[in-house]
Design a protein around this ligand. Sequence first.
Ligand SMILES: [Zn+2]
Length: 293
Amino acid sequence: MDEFPTILKARQFVRNAGITSVPVDIERLAAATNAKIKIVHDLNDDESGQTFPLKGKHIITVNGNHREERQRFTALHEIAHIVLELPSQHHGPKLTTGALMRYGRRPQEEMLCDVFAAECLLPHEVFSKDVSDVDISMEAVKMLADKYKASVTSTGSRFAVNANEPCAFVLSEGGQIRYVSRSKFLREMNGWIEFNVPVPRGSVTHRLMQGASKTEDYDEIATVTWFNNGVRNFDLVAEEALLLKEWDQCLSLLWFDESLKPAREQREANEDDEPLLKELDGILPWPSKGRRK
Ligand SMILES: [Zn+2]
């Protein structure tokens, strides 16, 4: 799945619409694509919204009974269909809540509209600064979701992409990995997570899905649990997971930092403080922010 051209289009769209502050003004984005958003209160809970033409405009209706961050996502998903000129693949003119929230067997066009929507809600230029100011944690993702009036799911997916450390965000549904986003640092380290396969045993995510009580947990586990081919220099990966029972989904943040390296290598790294030497070995360190939890 190649998201990158879609992300670039979203960034261009946000720039052209003159968006510079958050939470992003959705009305303004709608106007930029000749659409008008109407909040309605007579839709079934299972309906998120609908788009239809009226007098040369696109009218996007949004279910006003849903939470605000979901209304904003619905509107932007519909705007994405218009901007990307991707006809909706399975929800017809009506967008059901199931079609919007479920990931299993989702057509690629729909995934791309979600990616576009998330990028608009969490625009790179503003969001990347906010991400660099915080340590990686689910708590930080929730805090930013609040600030941007976006869902934790959208925020988590963009958080990993913008992270200045090796970091991945995973969405699982029904016990299967359905979506993975990764930071530039993790891609450069060839940290690859397979998707459309079962959530790996031994992961915090797997543990949470099996258990009955907890909805959130954190642990440091063997890197090969998630990364079949391992990740050079790291035997351990930090994993924090959050269960979304309503959708049979689980969100996972995975990341590496210096403290997860074996003690011997940490010592060597500390002794090797000569900046010139660091430049010579060709591997640029990412800024480590130390531990949480
Ligand atoms: Zn759609």
